[in-house]
Design a protein around this ligand. Structure first.
Ligand SMILES: O=P(O)(O)OC[C@H]1O[C@H](OP(=O)(O)OP(=O)(O)O)[C@H](O)[C@@H]1O
Ligand SMILES: Nc1ncnc2[nH]cnc12
Length: 243
């Protein structure tokens, strides 16, 4: 499935301010670039077509988000007591949902960020869709892995996450000085993992143009640790109840 309006995509001067992904339901989603207002000086045929294309993208994005949200499963007290674990794997068990995830991320990236040169995905769940997203965006992919998994010279950063602490590594030649990098992962909780990945990318002289996540546990305020625009497809964590 495709049809992304790539001609509108990947402006070089996209928004650079951190975005709030959680508007009241009636507000436009501030994480998505809104179409310019038609009343401002009138529309040319080309810009009218582009505005209509963008509105279509926004509607499509909203439908995709609803489908994805309903697929998530929760496991209380995993991997440790007090943690409500969000299981994203059912999305990948269903080809339509898997495609919906990639499409939703692709639509957002195309509308909101500078076109990245490299997508950096975080081990392990960031590997489930990072490479496919990179392919759709026409850019490279590089992994950030847990310590001891990558050969050759690496940069290392320690971090804390919602249920423990760890070390991340990136190979020194994974991204080049001046390259634009989009960091992707399944979930942002405390933001520790994503912030460590951002620090590694910056150590290599590259620029983080944004962070994209499938789900944000917004009560943990992880995005406050990140200093580039943040986009999450889904947010919050209310426990799903049976019946
Ligand atoms: O925002 P934070 O508090 O840092 O938590 C988010 C991170 O925690 C999970 O990874 P985990 O280390 O459990 O690894 P996995 O993907 O290998 O399961 C998740 O995939 C994120 O990477
Ligand atoms: N509550 C949670 N569920 C799944 N993955 C996580 N990573 C950090 N917190 C998590």
């Amino acid at each position: 499935m495709s049809g992304l309006p790539l001609s509108n995509a990947h402006r070089t001067n996209a928004q650079t301010e951190a975005t709030s992904a959680h508007p009241p339901p009636s507000s436009p989603d501030p994480t998505v670039q809104q179409p310019e207002h038609a009343a401002q000086g009138g529309l040319t045929a080309a810009s009218a077509a582009s505005t209509s294309e963008q509105s279509h993208s926004l509607n499509e994005l909203s439908t995709l988000k609803t489908q994805l949200k309903s697929a998530l499963r929760q496991f209380p007290d995993f991997p440790s007591p007090g943690i409500l674990f969000e299981d994203i794997l059912p999305i990948f068990a269903d080809a339509k949902l898997h495609d919906a995830l990639l499409r939703a991320l692709e639509l957002h990236v195309a509308n909101a960020y500078e076109k990245p040169d490299v997508v950096v995905g975080l081990e392990a769940r960031g590997f489930l869709f990072g490479p496919s997203l990179a392919l759709r965006l026409g850019c490279g992919f590089a992994p950030v892995r847990k310590q001891g998994k990558l050969p050759g010279e690496c940069e290392t950063a320690g971090y804390q996450k919602e249920y423990g602490e760890d070390f991340f590594q990136i190979q020194k030649d994974a991204v080049k000085t001046g390259q634009k990098v989009l960091i992707v992962d399944d979930i942002i909780a405390t933001g520790g993992s994503a912030a460590a990945a951002g620090a590694l990318v910056k150590k290599l002289g590259a620029k983080v143009v944004g962070y994209s996540f499938l789900l944000e546990l917004d009560f943990l305020k992880g995005r406050a640790k990140l200093d580039a625009p943040v986009y999450t497809l889904l947010s919050s964590q209310e426990e799903k109840r049976e019946g």
